[in-house]
Design a protein around this ligand. Structure first.
Ligand SMILES: Cc1ncc(COP(=O)(O)O)c(C=O)c1O
Length: 403
C-alpha cells in the first residue's frame, strides 16, 4: 500500500470546518498504511494488537477485521480485559500483572465457562500465582497464565542495565523455576511466555539533535537484540521440555522486524504504530505516517508573533523529558514556547505561521504517545479519502477509564 498524501493545514481546516475544536481524529488511510507496513515488518508472524495504544473499541475491531495477520489483543488491565471479552473480543493476553481479586474472581468464572478461550494473565512470581489461586474454588477450571520474562539488557556484569524494570525473571534458571512452580499447581495452566524488549521497541535510535546518544542507543540495541534472541530461545527450549507453551510473545512497534525474525517467537505485538505518534518519528528501521492528531482553537494573540491555543497540555507518560510534550503539526513551522510548553488551559505557539493565525483558526497537534490521546477526548473523528466518515467513542467516551 502506498503512503497516503500528507495533509496540509488548509485541507484539514476545510475537512473539519463543521467540527468544533478541541477535537481528535484518526486518518484511516494513514492508519491502514501503517498497519500494512507493520505486517510486512513482522515477516509473517501474527501481530497481536496492543489495546492500550488504541483505546478505542471501534478501531480495535476495525484493525482485527482488516487483515488476518492481526490476531488477538494485548490488554492492559484485568477490568479492561473482562470488558473486552464481554464485548466479544477473543484471544486476549493481559500483559501486566494484577492484584485485583474482584476481577480475578470474574476471570475464574470465565475460565470455567471457556477453559481454552478465557483471557491469559501475566505472572512473574509466586505471589501472583497465590493471588490467582486465592479466588479459585476447589472445583474451578484452571486459569491460563503467561510468564513475563525480563528482556532487559545487562552489560558490564550487570552494572549497566537497559530496559523496563518489570519482571524479576531474567535467567533461564529463574524462568524454569517459575514454570515448574506453575506446573505444580493444578489450577494454573502455563499457556504463554512474553518478553518485551522496551529498550529496543520503544526507544527511537535517531533522537533529533543527539547524534552521540543515537549512536549509543544503536550500539545498545544491537547488542541487546543479539543477547535476547539467544536467551529467549534458551528459555523457550528449557520450558518446552516439560510444558506446552502455546504462545511466545515479544516485540512492539519499534522492533517488529527484529523480534519477528526469532524462531522461538510465535507472535509479535504492535499498537503505537497504528496512530504513529511523535515519539515514533525517530527510528532508523522504519517510517510511519502520522495517523492521529488533535485540533486546538486559537483563542488569543498576546502579541503579533504569538498565537495562543486553548488547552493542549496533553503530556505523555514516561521519563518527563521534553519529548513527552505534544508536537505542533500543522501549519508547519510552529513551535511550543520554551517557558510554558503545552499548558493546562493554554498553549502559546511561536514560529513564523503564528503571525498568520487569527482567533478562531485551529492548529493541529500530535501526541507524543498513542493511546493516551484517547484519555483526553470522548470521540475520534475518522477520515477516509479526505472526508469525515464516522465519529467513534474512545474508551473514555464509553465511560471506561482503566488507567
Ligand atoms: C508488554 C508490551 N508489549 C508490547 C508493547 C508495544 O506496544 P507499542 O507497539 O504500542 O509500542 C508494549 C508497550 O509498552 C508492552 O508493554
Amino acid at each position: 500500500m502506498s503512503s497516503p498524501p500528507a495533509r496540509s493545514h488548509g485541507e484539514l481546516e476545510s475537512i473539519f470546518a463543521e467540527v468544533e475544536a478541541p477535537f481528535a481524529f484518526v486518518d484511516l488511510d494513514a492508519m491502514g498504511a501503517n498497519a500494512a507496513a507493520m505486517l510486512g515488518r513482522a515477516g509473517g508472524k501474527p501481530v497481536r494488537v496492543a489495546s492500550k495504544s488504541l483505546r478505542c473499541r471501534a478501531l480495535l475491531e476495525r484493525v482485527l477485521r482488516a487483515d488476518p495477520g492481526f490476531e488477538g489483543l494485548m490488554t492492559f488491565t484485568l477490568p479492561e480485559t473482562l470488558w473486552l471479552a464481554e464485548q466479544g473480543f477473543e484471544n486476549l493476553l493481559l500483559a501486566y500483572p494484577t492484584a485485583d481479586t474482584g476481577a480475578l474472581g470474574e476471570l475464574a468464572l470465565r475460565s470455567v465457562a471457556n477453559p481454552d478461550g478465557a483471557p491469559i494473565v501475566m505472572v512473574d512470581c509466586a505471589e501472583h500465582l497465590d493471588a490467582i489461586e486465592s479466588v479459585l474454588g476447589a472445583g474451578a477450571a484452571p486459569v491460563r497464565v503467561c510468564i513475563d520474562l525480563d528482556a532487559s539488557w545487562w552489560w558490564l556484569g550487570g552494572r549497566v542495565k537497559a530496559g523496563p524494570k518489570r519482571s524479576p525473571v531474567h535467567t533461564v534458571e529463574q524462568a524454569v523455576e517459575l514454570a515448574r512452580e506453575i506446573e505444580r499447581r493444578p489450577q494454573l495452566d502455563l499457556a504463554a511466555l512474553m518478553a518485551y524488549e522496551g529498550q529496543i521497541a520503544g526507544v527511537g535510535d535517531r533522537p533529533p539533535g543527539q547524534r552521540l546518544r543515537g549512536a549509543a542507543i544503536r550500539f545498545m540495541q544491537r547488542r541487546s537484540a543479539a543477547e535476547l534472541a539467544e536467551r529467549r530461545a534458551a528459555v523457550v527450549a528449557a520450558i518446552r521440555d516439560f510444558a506446552e507453551l502455546q504462545i511466545v510473545n515479544g516485540g512492539g512497534t519499534g522492533s517488529l522486524e527484529l523480534t519477528g525474525a526469532e524462531d522461538a517467537v510465535t507472535e509479535v505485538t504492535a499498537g503505537s504504530g497504528f496512530y504513529a505518534p511523535a515519539l515514533f518519528d525517530h527510528y532508523s528501521r522504519f517510517a510511519l505516517t502520522p495517523a492521529a492528531g488533535f485540533a486546538l482553537p486559537i483563542v488569543r494573540k498576546p502579541s503579533a508573533g504569538v498565537a495562543t491555543a486553548l488547552g493542549g497540555g496533553y503530556l505523555a507518560s514516561g521519563g518527563g523529558d521534553p519529548a513527552r510534550l505534544p508536537v505542533p503539526w500543522l501549519p508547519e513551522g510552529l513551535r511550543l514556547d520554551a517557558e510554558e510548553g503545552a499548558g493546562e488551559v493554554q498553549t502559546p505557539l511561536l514560529g513564523a505561521p503564528a503571525a498568520e493565525l487569527a482567533i478562531g483558526d485551529r492548529v493541529y497537534m500530535r501526541h507524543a504517545k498513542a493511546g493516551e490521546l484517547c484519555e483526553r477526548f470522548d470521540v475520534l473523528h475518522l477520515l477516509e479519502g479526505g472526508e469525515i466518515v464516522d465519529a467513534v467513542p474512545t474508551y473514555r467516551g464509553e465511560a471506561r477509564a482503566f488507567l
